[in-house]
Design a protein around this ligand. Sequence first.
Ligand code: ZN
Ligand code: ZN
Length: 292
Amino acid sequence: MDGTFKIVGEPFTREGQLMTPTDTFAFCFTLSIIHVIACFGLFVLLPWVVDEYKIGLTKKILHISAVIFLYSNVMMNFWKVLTTDTSSGSAVLPIFLQPGWKFCASCEANSPPRAFHCHICRHCVLKRDHHCPFTGNCIGNTNYRFYIQMIFYFWVASVYANIMTFAFTWSILGEFSLYNLFRLVLPLLSCLLGQTDLYTFAVCVLSIMSIVGCMLLVALLSFHLGNVVRGQTTFERSHRVHTYGLGLEQNIKSVFGERWRYAWLFPSINSPLPGDGITFLTKESLEKPKDL
Ligand SMILES: [Zn+2]
Ligand SMILES: [Zn+2]
């Protein structure tokens, strides 16, 4: 019937989308930390490595290329997470509730399976995972790939920075001793006691932040890769919903798209998702033909 459908949603715009104080703080923090690490790596660590290890031009170019590649990947994925439309956009949604669908009072429209309303983004997010304050946007069907890639490249960058920072920090602190370990682990106290100058304090803080950041990123990455492997969102994982687990390859495709084998290399690589984010294949629907 023609009358059973209506068009829901406007073309995607960030106008009217709220940024809570938490979002604003987390968003600014993320952007600041990315640029502090990139600048520190490029303008402080790299010149030191070049001097200390007397590395040649080729290796120097390789290091600079690595920093630029990691930086652009983190920033491009960040941009994609921020600007990708996570709503149903101009999709045609049914007026009458269908199995698995629910009515969203805020949108005044029926909401497809796996979609949830976000009161910060002010729309229903398809296959919603969570609202990410660090990027100021919801993570859902269309930008989960970019979110995971952003975490991945941020983690690689932090491992890279940690390797270089470790040697650099100890070259400033001096030989390994309990006293210098105290200066590294408790830089503020050490500075207040007059045992550390401001420059060493800043280097120690960055070093500690790199180590802690690296550990947090690996935990976050493991968690979300676990979601991908299982074919679940965070909500489905916590509620033990296994309906949409279609096997490893299909689960990966549902996040990274048809070109998943190399789509993770750069966010601009086009990799269409297998579904529309509104209707989903289920484990049961795949198993049915085998029973016939
Ligand atoms: Zn809604
Ligand atoms: Zn949101």
